[in-house]
Design a protein around this ligand. Structure first.
Ligand SMILES: Nc1ncnc2c1ncn2[C@@H]1O[C@H](COP(=O)(O)OP(=O)(O)OP(=O)(O)O)[C@@H](O)[C@H]1O
Ligand SMILES: [Mg+2]
Ligand SMILES: [Mg+2]
Length: 535
């Protein structure tokens, strides 16, 4: 690799330690925080709050300029990325063998990873209540919806702020005292931290969602997972994984390990082929599951095929894990008998916020879904249309439909709009009457909530609303009769919709869809719930 490319690669996957922070603005931000903490007369630990941890974590984000440089130089994660993760793990004092104690269930996929993990966690939690095993359950997911700490959960509950801060700085100190010249980037840091948390807290079943891909993902340091699952494959993260579903499938298949049962659900044919070839290469037994017939007796929400695929995968993963953890649990040889009660309850009572959520607020019915790929936006649009159609059966008339949309930093997102526009228009003839594009900046006055600070997008684009203007232009071409608006924050977008209810149109309930980005959806829930949102 060319020297410059190698230098960029090293910047990509690790961040310089405090003394070597490169950009001057970052350095001054870091130093001002550092001074704030060191000038304090309090003990070192007392200034290590959750907010301090989030600030330090945000300093590990790959800055926009570096991401751009990476694209230009053609640098992508490779085997060295995983080797580095193992190096960091060793600096923390752990080996891959230690991770075996966690009985890891590892999940990759383009869509439905988080939902599959949440179903699996929920089933294990109900089983534990009844049988006392697993003793403690860990759940690691990404990205976060409301707060960073929700990415690491114990017994389905996000780490408390205190515990998060304590473990965060534990990792920080261990890396510094090991002489590491750099810190891992944001997502790798959280992954490392999750291992430290789970091993320290006596977790004996841990459900892990991959970040991007699988083969070279930060979570792929586990050699002996109890089971692996690959959810629906499609197109996303083209730059890192490739532009075709078979290339993407190759990456995702990287989590399959010899000796660990692997599961997937029905996929498009080229994806299944690649998964099967990779499984054969690795001598892994891969089972491609049809929708589990036992789900006919379970209320899965939303009642849609994609969600039943996620649930099917979760059942198989939970069964396999339980057979390892509880000697009295036996995986049924066929699906003739109904699902055990714990499984049914786990599936029906799962909480996975920001996905297919409906909230009533005065005269607005908010539909909130964090979809952000072509395929998942199709699902979201169809779900919205179905919700509206069901409602229409019960009320004499409904009000206008409104859309709040953003997808920051991905130029191709402009192509997501056609389907969204047409699905709704075909369903009710009128389509979205009001369409609002905003940034992911939470508040009109105070900007980002700390947990959403992002250095990964071009600040100029956010300031000038560049992508939002492109979206607006596209929508106006798709539907010239729609009232299209561009506003700088999520709060202003929500207020635009709320204001519709005081106009004449607003005598009826406005049906609003918020979608396109999980950051947008998380910020919106924060506003709708007045900052008292919970998971
Ligand atoms: N199996 C699926 N196929 C297609 N779309 C799905 C599927 N499961 C969920 N979705 C859609 O994708 C959205 C995100 O779901 P989920 O959080 O489970 O995915 P993820 O793979 O974790 O995504 P992310 O890339 O955000 O980590 C959901 O709100 C839903 O609209
Ligand atoms: Mg993703
Ligand atoms: Mg996810």
């Amino acid at each position: 690799m060319h020297y410059a490319a190698r230098r960029i690669a090293s910047l990509l996957f690790s961040r310089p330690s405090a003394s070597r922070i490169s950009s001057s603005s970052q350095r001054s931000q870091f130093l001002s925080r550092k001074m704030a903490t060191t000038s304090s007369s309090r003990a070192k630990t007392s200034s290590r709050t959750y907010n301090d941890a989030i600030d330090a974590l945000n300093s590990l984000q790959t800055p926009y300029a570096v991401i751009e440089a990476r694209r230009k130089a053609g640098v992508r994660p490779d085997a060295a990325s995983v080797a580095e993760m193992r190096g960091y793990l060793a600096r923390l004092g752990y080996s891959s063998a230690d991770l075996d104690r966690l009985n890891i269930i590892h999940v990759a996929g383009t869509k439905g990873k988080g939902s599959t993990c949440a179903f699996t966690d929920s089933i294990l939690a109900r089983y534990r209540r009844q049988h006392g095993l697993p003793r403690r359950i860990g759940l690691f997911t990404s990205p976060h919806l409301i707060a960073v700490r929700e990415r690491i959960r114990i017994d389905s509950t996000p780490l408390t702020e205190d515990l998060f801060a304590r473990y965060f700085f534990d990792v920080w100190d261990r890396l510094e005292s090991s002489g590491a010249s750099s810190k891992p980037i944001y997502s790798r840091y959280l992954t490392l931290m999750s291992y430290h948390v789970f091993l320290s807290e006596g977790i004996d079943a841990a459900v892990y969602e991959t970040g991007i891909g699988g083969e070279f993902d930060a979570t792929n340091v586990v050699d002996r997972p109890v089971a692996t699952g690959i959810s629906t494959l499609g197109i996303d993260h083209i730059y890192v994984l490739g532009a075709t579903v078979d290339k993407i499938a190759w990456h995702k298949a990287g989590i399959m390990k010899k000796g660990s049962p692997a599961f997937t659900i029905e996929q498009v044919a080229p994806a299944t082929r690649v998964l099967q070839d990779r499984a054969a290469e690795k001598s892994v037994e891969l089972r491609v599951l049809d929708i589990d017939p036992r789900l006919a007796a379970v209320k899965i929400r939303p009642d849609a095929n994609f969600q039943k695929k996620n649930a099917t995968l979760a059942i198989a993963l939970a069964e396999t894990a339980l057979a390892n953890i509880d000697p009295s649990f036996v995986v049924p040889s066929n699906h003739d008998a109904p699902l055990p009660r714990e499984f049914v309850e786990g599936l029906e009572q799962v909480v996975w916020r920001g996905r297919c959520e409906v909230k009533e607020e005065g005269n607005v019915i908010w539909h909130v879904d964090g979809a952000h790929t072509v395929d998942s936006l199709k699902m979201a649009a169809r779900w919205f249309v179905d919700e509206c159609a069901t409602r229409k059966k019960n009320v004499s008339s409904t009000g206008p439909k409104a859309l709040v949309f953003n997808q920051q930093g991905r130029q191709e997102a402009v192509d997501f709009l056609d389907e969204l526009c047409n699905t709704v228009k075909n369903a009710d003839g009128a389509g979205f009457r009001h369409v609002i594009f905003c940034t992911n900046v939470t508040y009109a006055e105070s900007g980002y909530k700390r947990d959403f600070v992002s250095h990964q997008h071009n600040p100029k684009d956010i300031e000038k609303l560049t992508i939002q203007r492109v979206f607006a232009e596209k929508w106006s071409a798709l539907d010239p009769s729609a009232n299209v608006m561009v506003v700088p924050s999520i709060e202003e977008a929500i207020n635009k919709v709320r204001a519709l209810t005081s106009t004449k149109e607003g005598d009826q309930k406005v049906e609003a869809l918020i979608t396109g980005s999980l950051h947008l959806v998380g910020g919106a829930l924060g506003i709708l719930e007045g900052g008292a949102e919970s998971l």
